[in-house]
Design a protein around this ligand. Structure first.
Ligand SMILES: Nc1ncnc2c1ncn2[C@@H]1O[C@H](COP(=O)(O)OP(=O)(O)OP(=O)(O)O)[C@@H](O)[C@H]1O
Ligand SMILES: [Mg+2]
Length: 244
């Protein structure tokens, strides 16, 4: 029996993934600052809502939610409207962290503390009660506090992956690479709990800067390993040609 694939709905990416992401997997989106991780994550959830009738959950940490809502409107993605229509839940970790009121429409799943265990439990409850099929967590370094040790981080992330998989929920976990580092993630544990890794980068080639995407790992499926050039255009991410 072949594994069910969840289409990202991003032209070109589903072909690279030979159909999509295996349902229930957790995929790490990694790359330096400004490489397009947030846009990719939100587009995955928005496409789920618009194209595949799958409800979504976005956990936003490290960025102001109202600013994010405004910048996503530039791509035609109206997060507030999706919330009102009951197709999207937003969890705003940023406001909890800095202690300001949240800009989300519905506060049923807002957190009271920044504890990672509490967050995992809240995500679990939101997914279970609302039949959510796509989750993006943006970003892992921003949901972790400096009192969390590596073991706790690893256990919490693994718990999250396993719980979400049971609901057939496909998850993108955004992490980042410290500038100049050769590592794949901030803590060096994210890539081991995730079933897949998509790496984004910015590189100078022939005198101009280009955006690149590579699927580094996708457990349970064949996929292309090539690097692809992509652009961010008026309706989001667009994959162009493969780098030869
Ligand atoms: N409306 C737009 N049209 C085209 N390109 C855009 C648009 N909005 C943002 N961008 C490009 O996308 C980049 C930001 O993408 P994104 O926020 O997804 O990056 P990121 O990897 O999440 O960054 P960070 O690690 O800082 O959170 C901007 O630096 C800009 O180059
Ligand atoms: Mg981002």
């Amino acid at each position: 029996m072949s594994m069910e694939k969840v289409k990202t709905g991003i032209n070109g990416l589903d072909e690279i993934l030979e159909g999509g992401i295996p349902r229930g997997s957790t995929v790490l989106i990694t790359g330096y600052s400004g490489t397009g991780k947030t846009i990719l994550g939100i587009q995955f959830v928005v496409n789920g809502i618009k194209m595949f009738n799958e409800k979504g959950l976005i956990v936003i940490a490290g960025e102001d939610i109202e600013r994010l809502q405004r910048s996503m409107l530039q791509f035609g993605w109206d997060l507030k409207r999706f919330e009102k229509e009951g197709k999207l839940i937003l969890i705003d970790v940023t406001s909890v962290k800095i202690g300001v009121p949240t800009g989300v429409e519905f506060t049923e799943f807002q957190l009271k503390t920044t504890d990672i265990k509490q967050l995992v439990l809240t995500i679990y409850n939101a997914v279970k009660q609302n039949n959510i099929k796509r989750v993006v967590i943006d970003s892992i370094p921003n949901i972790i506090t400096n009192k969390d040790d590596i073991q706790k981080i690893r256990t919490s992330l693994l718990t999250l992956c396993i719980l979400l998989e049971r609901f057939g929920c496909t998850t993108l976990m955004v992490t980042d690479i410290p500038e100049g580092s050769e590592k794949l993630s901030t803590y060096g544990v994210e890539e081991f709990v995730a079933s897949g890794i998509i790496k984004l980068s910015l590189e100078k080639s022939g005198g101009k800067w280009i955006r690149k995407m590579q699927v580094r790992k996708m457990r349970g499926t064949k996929h292309k390993l090539d690097e692809y050039i992509f652009e961010i255009v008026e309706n989001g991410i667009k994959i162009l040609e493969k780098i030869t």
